[in-house]
Design a protein around this ligand. Structure first.
Ligand code: SF4
Length: 385
């Protein structure tokens, strides 16, 4: 199984962000850390026979939490759960918030992978996004992470930014490549309702969706070019694309991400975190105060508890699995669901293959490059009922 721990605090909210994150006081962070440690304890008995193969500490900005508090959380993880000897333990990091000292502390606490949110090396783009760091903060953090002993580093970058050009993206790609990180994630900007970006760019978004010319956002054609540019650059520089947004050096794929797409059971700890255990999905309550109150009263703050039907589980198998470049395995499906793939999806697969959107080879079913470009539409074909 996998463990996810959510730390919902940031120095300041970025303009495009709709993650569960916000500002906090020192006493709120102290109280929240205690709640996380207690929640880890409350579940410990239920999972005492499980082997944890990956831990992901996400947010928010986990590195904004005082390092000593993070060390105590990790002590609870180590003492309450059975971690595999090669357990991948990742912490997400905003470059403004990690010091050499805190990075050493994370390493000593067993954290062996760090994911640094750079997004862009161009200062105008960072400012536009509302990021609190600049490129130099990032460079310092990257160097410090190496110094502290991190041999597995991810860098996040973004495409589809307002005003982004191929030249600007190339500058980011080159600068990131020069550092030789083990892993690079490249995300398209998604403009979510309720964010300052939505207020600014909603009308442009409508224009783009109608196929009209945009004012500030890249138009459809440029958006596609930018995504292709990332793929071409990284693949030609030794990275292997193993999922729509993720590129890695050999053997450096993110185990936690892969587990998610392969429906490995996971337990979410912290406000708003999601869990999937024995075909049951649930979320913790999103409100940080309600979360802390529940835990302090020895209650598990589960909401939206839902047992997946067989059809929903089969849909997820394809929905999530086809995000990976290697796709899904026919036999895995048939062993797990005791039904043939053809009995459930035979017609869909035949059609997608004939449209050159999907390929099957030695029992692996995966999207073609063309299929990946329109994956959102294709995945809807796997809905049952
Ligand atoms: S640092 Fe990340 S989680 Fe925090 S506000 Fe910015 S995008 Fe959101």
């Amino acid at each position: 199984m996998e463990l996810y721990i959510h730390i919902p605090f940031c120095i300041k909210k970025c303009e495009y962000c709709d993650f569960l994150s916000g500002t906090s006081t020192e006493s709120e962070r102290a109280r929240y850390s205690e709640a996380v440690m207690k929640e880890l304890f409350l579940y410990a008995d239920d999972f005492k026979d499980e082997i944890v193969t990956s831990v992901f500490i996400g947010g928010g900005t986990p590195t904004f939490l005082e390092a000593d508090r993070m060390v105590r959380i990790m002590e609870c993880v180590h003492s309450y759960y059975n971690l595999s000897s090669d357990c991948e333990i990742t912490i997400e990091c905003n470059p403004k918030t990690a010091t050499l000292d805190s990075l050493y502390k994370y390493r000593e606490a067993g954290i062996n992978r760090i994911s640094i949110g750079l997004q862009s090396v161009n200062s105008d783009e960072l400012k536009l996004l509302g990021r609190v760091h600049d490129y130099n903060d990032f460079l310092r953090t990257f160097e410090n992470a190496r110094k502290a002993g991190f041999q597995n580093i991810n860098i996040d970058i973004m495409t589809g930014l307002p005003g982004q050009t191929e030249e600007k993206l190339q500058k980011t790609l080159r600068a990131v490549y020069m550092l030789r990180p083990e892993h690079i994630s490249s995300y398209d900007l998604i403009i979510e309702e309720g964010t300052p970006f939505y207020d600014k760019y909603a009308s442009d978004l409508i224009r783009r969706d109608r196929g009209e010319e945009t004012l500030l956002l890249p138009n459809e054609e440029l958006e596609e070019k930018l995504s292709n540019q990332v793929e071409d650059f990284l693949i030609s520089h030794g990275y292997h694309q193993y999922e729509i947004s993720n590129f890695a050096r050999p053997d450096k794929e993110c185990r936690h991400n892969k587990g998610y797409w392969e429906r490995v059971p996971y337990l979410g700890i912290g406000a708003g975190s999601a869990s999937l255990i024995a075909e049951h999905r649930w979320n913790n309550v999103r409100d940080v105060y309600k979360y802390m109150e529940a835990i302090e009263n020895n209650e598990l703050p589960k909401v939206c508890l839902h047992e997946l039907s067989k059809n929903e589980a089969m849909e997820e198998f394809f929905f999530l699995g086809l995000r990976k470049n290697e796709g899904v395995n026919r036999l895995d499906f048939e062993n797990y669901f005791e039904l043939t793939v053809d009995a459930v999806y035979g017609e869909v697969l035949r059609r997608l293959k004939s449209e050159n959107l999907l390929i099957e080879n030695a029992g692996q079913i995966y999207l073609t490059k063309r299929g990946r470009d329109v994956s959102n539409f294709i995945l809807a074909d796997f809905l049952l009922d």
